[in-house]
Design a protein around this ligand. Structure first.
Ligand SMILES: [Zn+2]
Ligand SMILES: [Zn+2]
Ligand SMILES: [Zn+2]
Length: 134
């Protein structure tokens, strides 16, 4: 078998474009299944396995933010900013707000330094119920 052709992470395919468009229209973090449902509602014929694969590829390039919901399932969103940020996420409907917090950044840096850790990263998300779901 010939070797698989090199696949650039940002190569444009119709599936990728459709998935990014579906996510751009969403204010919420969505599961792969929910994204698949939206594509089908739009008349796009994309298999669920392809949606999973494409989401993983996009998330690995940093184009998408990926979190875990309460069930441990991956949820995806295309965020407005590529810069480091955190999220306030509704655990019922997935609606989310991007948040920045100097207090969190300072605390993480200081905690790491005090314990002699370098090359530190962190993930901080705040989960709750949005206005509509409360
Ligand atoms: Zn984000
Ligand atoms: Zn909600
Ligand atoms: Zn941070």
């Amino acid at each position: 078998m010939p070797p698989a052709p090199f696949e650039s992470p940002l190569r444009t395919t119709p599936q990728r474009v459709a998935i990014l468009n579906a996510l751009s229209a969403a204010e919420a973090f969505l599961t792969a299944q929910e994204i698949h449902d939206r594509l089908r509602a739009d008349g796009k014929r994309v298999g669920l396995a392809t949606v999973y694969r494409t989401l993983q590829a996009l998330a690995s390039t940093g184009v998408l933010d990926v979190l875990r919901n309460d069930d441990g399932e991956a949820i995806y969103r295309r965020c407005a900013t590529p810069d480091h940020h955190h999220h306030l996420v509704c655990r019922s409907c997935g609606q989310s707000v991007e948040i920045a917090s100097d207090a969190v950044e300072t605390w993480a840096d200081r905690t790491a330094r005090r314990n002699g850790y370098t090359s530190v990263t962190h993930t901080v998300e705040v989960y709750g119920l949005c206005r509509g779901c409360s």
